[in-house]
Design a protein around this ligand. Structure first.
Ligand code: NI
Length: 205
């Protein structure tokens, strides 16, 4: 299955609480595989189903992506049974391109979930894995990492992020207009503009 398109904030899919998986059928097996491919292709260490437009409780994780997939995990209907201690980490998110923010998390977790074979997974996690699992579990509850910041921080960070997105969108629209008009780059556009001006003024400079 091909790589799935990522859902980007502020899409409301990211703000919805996801439903439990009630039956692990071939659709779910294929979807987990597509999530795995999408996560690696996007250079992410974790991915939650809402980030690829499905509000169901599935996540994929690999906090050691340089180990050739040996640290890959997929969790269906994950639950944090217990959590201990405190930590914080500069987190990013595939649904927030370019944004990094320090988020406070629990340090250690006891997690239960199911795999695609319906087997119960029951394990302890700490370090980056614990952070990543909390980040992805938040996604399944319609919570994004900016919701873990103070209200003041969240306002500032989201405002900057949305402003940058808007600017990038305008740049993309401009590039598209140029492409439609057969102009490949801003430099060429400027040169084309100059040529038009020169011909208008009847000058050769
Ligand atoms: Ni995320």
């Amino acid at each position: 299955m091909a790589r799935l398109p990522l859902v980007i904030y502020p899409d409301e899919i990211l703000l919805r609480k996801s439903a439990d998986v009630t039956e692990i059928d071939q659709d779910i097996v294929d979807f987990v595989e597509a999530m795995r491919e999408t996560m690696y292709a996007s250079n992410g260490i974790g991915l939650a189903a809402p980030q690829v437009a499905r509000n169901i409780r599935i996540m994929t994780v690999d906090v050691e992506p340089d180990k050739g997939g040996s640290a890959f995990m997929h969790l269906i209907n994950p639950v944090i049974v217990e959590s201990y201690g405190k930590t914080s980490y500069d987190e990013g998110c595939l649904s927030f391109p370019g944004l990094v923010a320090e988020v406070k998390r629990r340090k250690q977790l006891h997690v239960q979930a199911y795999d695609v074979h319906g087997k119960l997974l029951d394990f302890e996690a700490d370090g980056l894995l614990a952070i990543c699992l909390q980040h992805e579990l938040d996604h399944l509850n319609g919570v994004t990492f900016v919701d873990r910041l103070s209200p003041v921080q969240k306002t500032l960070v989201v405002r900057d992020y949305l402003k940058r997105r808007e600017e990038e969108k305008e740049d993309e629209q401009l590039a598209e207009i140029l492409r439609v008009h057969g102009v490949a780059s801003a430099k060429e556009a400027a040169e084309a503009g100059d040529a038009v001006l020169r011909s208008v003024h009847g000058q050769r400079v």
